[in-house]
Design a protein. Sequence first.
Length: 619
Amino acid sequence: MTAPVKHDDKHVAWRGRAESVEAERTSAELDDAAAIKRLRSRSRSLLGWMMRPHRRAIAFLVGILVVQNFASMAAPILVMVAIDSGIPAVRDDGDYSILVGIGVAFAVSAVLEYVSLRLYIVQSAKVGNAMLYALRNRVFWKFQRLSVSFHERFTSGRVTARQSSDMESIREMTENGMDDLVMAGLNIITITVVMLVIDPLLAAVTLLTFPLMVMLAKWFSRVSAIAYRRARETVAVLIVYFVESMGGIRAVQAYRREERDKEIFAKLNTDNRHAQAKGHHQNAFMSGGMKGIGHLATVVVLLFGGWQVMQGNTGVGVLAAFLLYMKRFFDPLNELVQFYNVLQSATAALEKLSGVVDEEIEVAEPDEPRSIECPRGEVRFDEVEFYYREDQRVLPGLSLHIPGGQTVALVGATGAGKTTVAKLVSRFYDPRGGTISLDGVDLRDLAEADLRDNVVMITQENFLFNGTIAENIELGKPGATREEIVEAAEVVGAHEFIEALPDGYDTHVRKRGGRLSAGQRQLVVFARAFLADPRVLILDEATSSLDIPSERLVQRALRTILADRTAIIIAHRLSTVEIADRVLVLEAGRITEDGPPEALIASGGDYAELHRQWEDSLV
Ligand SMILES: Nc1ncnc2c1ncn2[C@@H]1O[C@H](COP(=O)(O)OP(=O)(O)OP(=O)(O)O)[C@@H](O)[C@H]1O
Ligand SMILES: [Mg+2]
């Protein structure tokens, strides 16, 4: 019975694909004119932000390109003059002056071209690099500040895509695209003008091949846009699937999903391969086609020009100049059309990055932050309404007052909203209605630093950063001494296991603390929190992965840790709740019972029932 499961997996993969692709749409893929306009103006303003500091350098670069363009345009004219005037002068009068003059002019234009090209490459790389540097920092910093709710929506695969493939597209454009674009534009204009000036009739005949070229370019930009979009979609899905599969590698292996994941990945990978292949075919046709038209133009010039020369209407030199210009005309054009894809992907990347940069920070630092002089740790909820999705109210209107120094246990069924309350106190989200305050200051007005100093939340996901144990504990109080770190570890009962590690406090924890057991990670996080010494400490299921002896140990420590601060403890195991001064029973976002544990047990309500069940489970 593996078939239905497979079907299911694919279904999930395809649904994921549809969602991520939908969210990743760019202006080239939208039908809504207003949305397209918004997207374009958004990315233009980001581009403006990137270019603004380099305005002068960019103007200078364009200047260099113009110089280089003129220098390279000189050669065919010089050849023309040499053939039509220089050689006859030598032949008829033995006068070498024109040829010598042309030799000198050739040398000058060659030097000029060399110098300007070199200057251009160095300078443009510098500017491109600087712009990319600023953009990378800005996007990283923005991702850092964006609230938790944003990151819940925006998958890690998409974050990765922003910092990797999107940045890469923009780098490609700044590095080897811009000059193609400007050069090709300049070339088309100057060559057309020069040809019209030196021989209007021949120029007019040559220009007859242009409509063919325009048609080919139009066809290519249309079909390649489609193929390119398909390639980009498939690679986006591939990245998202890859990141998500790797992120859940433990679950993948635990459930023996490797084979199925491999199959799905191979399927997505095949899609991408086909899409890329199609693009390559079109590119090949385009390149060949452009070359063909270039040759056709050459043939036209050769035949018509040759005939004109025979008629004595024009010089051999003019014919030579035209032939040389043909080459200079079509080669960059060919590159330019190839560059179309780079430009498209950079535009798309810019649109998506500008989306991130423009994303509003829901939980923003206040304009005029207030601080708390003398923190007491008094928490107040005033008619707090909250939901993640509008159709599902998690807190319908919660009012709650926790005086400073009180230890409160929050109990209630799964999904009652306990974690939500904890996250609101930590200001991971702002309430949709009502206010939450700390020591009388609305959290929305409170300075970010004060909030982080005063409120610390410990959850089950004990995140350790790549680094040593000591560094991980020190995060609680940057700059703490080794003595302070060891003391914190001793208080929470982590010292012994840390000492037993190969390098003690200097042991590296590796990726997300994968080297430590869940309980050990938790103890390290406890030590970190103890060192941070916040006024309000929130423990959300924080002791649930400890074994009974460790939990006992931590509980003893907890009494010390919680002694003179406000604490909100969320636990399904009532043993942790025993140390609380007050118990709150939460049911569907409402407080149904509130009082000291003994009083609640005596009153015979829900908590009493919970407590009775828990006691039964112990025997
Ligand atoms: N990020 C989220 N997005 C959407 N809904 C959410 C999110 N987090 C929680 N919810 C929903 O909000 C409600 C309350 O969740 P919450 O995590 O606060 O419950 P809890 O009391 O902590 O439960 P548990 O005891 O299982 O930890 C649940 O119905 C849950 O489905
Ligand atoms: Mg919870």
